[in-house]
Design a protein around this ligand. Structure first.
Ligand SMILES: Cc1ncc(COP(=O)(O)O)c(C=O)c1O
Length: 391
């Protein structure tokens, strides 16, 4: 009996268990010493001076939008091919959504479409590019456009922790270094490149934003004596802004500290698997694998996305063989909420819709063996050779 293969899965070991046990026996369960330790380690991996850990990627995006000052009357721009949380973050600030179409091959924002949207909508205050599946958007082009339109770039890098990209001048920038953005947001959900169970973070180079994010993640409250309007004693704190409880726990941070140490090994394994898929699937003409980006060796692939006109049948065939392929994503403008609330309709973003019609994510996680990968390739090839097969 072959084992079921999900499209993504966490890897956890005795080191995570040991550190979690240590936290459970300590005085700190919520935000104690492990959270700042995790933040320091994450900042080091990203090459950013500041990292703020939060309870999930959704909070990271929401608080980043808040810290950037997104408010009612503003607009924000993002990709329709993303998880709902990206655009919801802007909506929760009271701002309005603008989508720009994507490259139908990669699902990443099309720079020409972004430029056009910025011309049409001068109230766009933030651009949220999504590095779909780990493929990094053209941040230099986006940052240049944002600069010309007085907008800021907030990266949704929930798929991309561990990767890096080569700039036009040849310099390499780790994801999260914010070389061409104001802030970068991460998720540590179990299918992502590291996990803390639920978890997220924001990195930035701006110490004022760092301070603001820290305040927003704990109800907008500060105890910092430099900031207090009054000071009644050691117990005293003040609320200066409207925030939420978006804190990560020390238990989660302990898992994250160990996971970060393994990230580079896992990145290399993900890359090997993607390259193995590319080689194996090259023999299946009905399947298109994505062209690989310049500097692919720097990428930390989160998803192995293929395209095929017979996507739905292939999905069913793979699931019948215990292979948990997945679809990322129904474009946001087609969700009932976005259609009904904002009047989006089918046909609005043909690139996103063409991408969605054919895209399929094959299993990809570091604990996959070469044999697992070959099994998926063989199941795909078999489908096109002989048609759907019963389990
Ligand atoms: C692109 C993208 N953005 C945001 C999120 C939200 O992250 P979380 O599930 O940690 O809230 C996810 C997670 O699924 C995601 O894939």
């Amino acid at each position: 009996m072959t084992r079921d293969l999900p499209y993504g899965r966490q890897t956890l070991g005795p080191e995570e268990e040991d550190l979690v046990r240590e936290v459970l026996r300590s005085d700190w369960l919520t935000q104690g010493p492990r959270v700042p330790e995790f933040e320091r380690d994450l900042a080091a991996v990203c090459g950013a001076p500041c990292a703020v850990a939060v309870n999930n990627g959704t909070s990271a995006l929401y608080l980043a939008c808040r810290a950037a000052g997104l408010a009612p009357g503003d607009l924000f721009l993002t990709s329709p091919v993303t998880f709902a949380a990206t655009a919801n973050a802007g909506l929760l600030c009271g701002a309005g959504p603008v989508f720009a179409d994507v490259d139908p091959e990669t699902g990443n924002l099309d720079i020409g479409a972004v430029a056009a949207a910025l011309e049409t909508h001068p109230r766009i205050k933030a651009i949220l590019p999504v590095h779909l599946g780990g493929r990094i958007c053209d941040l230099e082009a986006l940052d240049e456009l944002a600069g010309r339109h007085e907008a800021v770039v907030i990266e949704d890098a929930c798929h991309a922790l561990g990767g890096a990209w080569p700039a036009r001048d040849g310099k390499v920038h780790p994801v999260g270094s914010c070389a061409r953005s104001l802030m970068t947001c991460f998720s540590f959900h179990p299918v992502k490149t590291i996990t803390t169970g639920e978890g997220g973070a924001i990195t930035t180079c701006d110490p004022e934003l760092d301070e603001k994010l820290r305040m927003l993640r704990t109800h907008g409250i500060t105890r910092d004596p430099r900031l207090l309007h009054e000071n009644h004693g050691p117990w005293y704190y003040e609320m200066h802004d409207l925030g939420i409880n978006a804190r990560l726990t020390d238990i989660q941070a302990a898992v994250g500290i160990v996971q970060l140490r393994r990230l580079e090994t896992w990145r290399k394994r993900r890359l090997e698997l993607v390259q193995r898929y590319d080689r194996g699937l090259a023999a299946v003409p009905e399947v298109a694998v994505q062209r690989r980006p310049r500097g692919e060796d720097l990428t930390c692939w989160h998803l192995m996305i293929i395209r095929t006109p017979r996507r739905d049948e292939l999905f069913a065939h793979l699931h019948a063989q215990g292979i948990g392929a997945q679809v990322h994503y129904l474009p946001l403008h087609l969700h009932p909420y976005y259609r009904e609330r904002f009047g989006f309709a089918a046909g609005d973003f043909p690139g996103a819709e063409a991408y969605y019609a054919q895209a399929l994510s094959l299993p990809l996680f570091p604990a996959m063996t070469d044999g697992d990968c070959d099994r998926v390739i063989e199941a795909v090839a078999d489908f096109f050779r002989t048609g759907p097969r019963a389990p």
